[in-house]
Design a protein around this ligand. Sequence first.
Ligand SMILES: CC(C)(COP(=O)(O)OP(=O)(O)OC[C@H]1O[C@@H](n2cnc3c(N)ncnc32)[C@H](O)[C@@H]1OP(=O)(O)O)[C@@H](O)C(=O)NCCC(=O)NCCS
Length: 172
Amino acid sequence: MTLSFVLDPPLTDTLRERIVELWTEVTNAGGAVGFVAPVTAGEVRPVAEAAFAGVEAGIDRLLVGLDGDRLVALLFVADNRFGLKAHWRVLKRVMVAPGGQGRGYGAALMREAAAVGRKMGLTGLQVTLRDGHGLDAFYRGLGYTQVGRIPGALRVAPGDDRDEVFMWLDLR
Ligand SMILES: CC(C)(COP(=O)(O)OP(=O)(O)OC[C@H]1O[C@@H](n2cnc3c(N)ncnc32)[C@H](O)[C@@H]1OP(=O)(O)O)[C@@H](O)C(=O)NCCC(=O)NCCS
């Protein structure tokens, strides 16, 4: 099964709710997308709404991966909101539905994001990840290289500080 991708789909109430649901499910399955499990949709919704606002303002982009009409993957292509960094973007909230993980969907989503970045004329894409989830291997496999690390930047629980790792894909 191959996913189909849509860039900047209309942010209907149904899609918004499905994204909040997916974001909640992914977090509660152990994903590192801005929260620590357990979370409720009520906690995720305000953060998701802020992300939707950036897309609706035409500043950020939303890339979704669909299996038929079912949302199974997404990421945000976030603008830096800083003139000197207008030529590259940060990919945020990279996620695949827990039931669909490990089947190549995440890699396909990231390849599509790189194609979008090239079409936008960007020089590169950055991702920021939480150490300890093996995510660096995922991104390395897609051509990203580590360009920075802040030791213990993320306190996921008392006594559990994780490094924040910055990875970069050169599109030039
Ligand atoms: C990270 C994520 C997007 C990867 O998507 P996926 O569909 O599961 O990954 P794929 O099946 O496309 O895997 C591609 C390759 O990366 C590897 N990989 C994927 N996730 C990995 C992980 N957490 N640790 C180590 N390797 C990983 C796979 O083994 C595969 O390797 P291969 O090409 O040698 O077979 C997905 O697992 C996810 O949504 N995780 C929870 C949310 C999250 O933490 N997002 C990261 C935000 S920075």
